[in-house]
Ligand binder design. Sequence first.
Ligand code: 5GP
Ligand code: SF4
Ligand code: MG
Length: 451
Amino acid sequence: CGVFGIWGHPEAAQLTYYGLLALQHRGQEGAGIVSSDGRRFAVHRGLGLVTEVFHSDYLQRLHGDRAIGHVRYPTHGGNRLENVQPLVFNYRGGELAVATNGALVNAEALKHHLEQQGSIFQSSSDTEVIVHLMARSAHDELVEAVKESLRLLIGAYAFLILTNEKMIVARDPNGLRPLSLGRLGEAYVFASETCALDAVGAEWIRDVEPGEMIVVDRDGLRAQRFAPVARRAICAFEYIYFARPDSNLEGVNVHVARKLMGKRLAEEAPVKADVVTGVPDSSISAAIGFAEASGIPYEMGLVKNRYVGRTFIRPDQAKRELGVKIKLMAMRKVVEGKRVVMVDDSIVRGTTSRRIVQLLRDAGAKEVHVRISSPMVRYPCFYGVDISTREELIAAHKEVEDIRRTIGADSLAFLSLEGLLDAIGRAGPLSGLSRGYCLACFTGDYPTKRV
Ligand code: 5GP
Ligand code: SF4
Ligand code: MG
């Protein structure tokens, strides 16, 4: 998912709309905006893409100088309108809206506990859990109630909470999910990725710190910690696949990091070939890096129909396979009779790679060498990326040679874990220093407690 918030701008809802458009790659299933003029909320939410959900007349009705918005990527909870965020509640005589990116490891346990104490849940999303925790808090003061509730959560999250008087923002203690802070004139802006700050012309100030809570109200902005310093673990998959190439995560540009992953991959697993191609859009940067390092020319071997959403996001396998067919085309002119290196960012279930190898062969490729710019995904993710069950993960059961055969490639190689870390490290301003990443889907070493 992606979140965006703005405080103190007369065009708050319009800018949130632009911010959500810039975050659309983070979720295409639903979108919503809640705005406020300091007295009352205006809400609009719907299923589908940002442009499908918001027509200009809806935007005009979203009055006020403060707003939060969300784009939804379904990991928990079905594809239903009541799960589209921001969720809105009546809270102690006022209105309260919540938007989150991430997933709680202990959501079920907390929910069970709350239900036993009489809480009734409206949606199946994790987000509602925090509101029920707040409702039960002994603290009268909202900020204290939020803080107390956050301390009970285990998992990955970037939270935006809006009331008519305040915006409260928090990032999980490990910093698993990204969240940045920017300024636009007098206004404060929060976004999952810096590309959304750029989209509205805001200046990046800093990333929200892991375990930090920021409160914005008419007295300005105040930051405080709600949790002790924990192991830093931003999701490595943000760099590999999830984030947009023009975003900077913790000071590291995503495109630069991906190019270095491709470069390193070319060094680790060289191959004789005629052309290198990426799979649009997520692996283009890595493919360019591979081409540069290997001296094999980069070519546009695959063309994407950009009006078809991310295939991964289709809820079941049949639809996903169909999605791949209508989404990608191989360029016969480029690949016919050639030895092709196909660089992709990841193999999760293996469906995409198998299809693409077949597409390239059907278009006349003589050899297809698959190079993956991330290590083998062997373990499920509990932090909001849809790599949920081990059975689905092809690398959980198969070794490289087995996978190569399954996807029908002439050769196959994955980037090493050291190579991945080295690439992200080199791309950043702190190269050499360990900033700390979550690598759990590769290693099985989870940064949080598991419940
Ligand atoms: P597979 O077909 O192997 O299950 O999926 C891998 C492909 O899905 C890659 O090309 C990657 O770009 C894309 N993809 C889409 N959504 C996700 C996601 O949430 N995580 C990962 N790792 N890959 C995804
Ligand atoms: Fe990201 Fe993998 Fe960690 Fe999930 S397990 S947060 S996908 S690095
Ligand atoms: Mg892809």
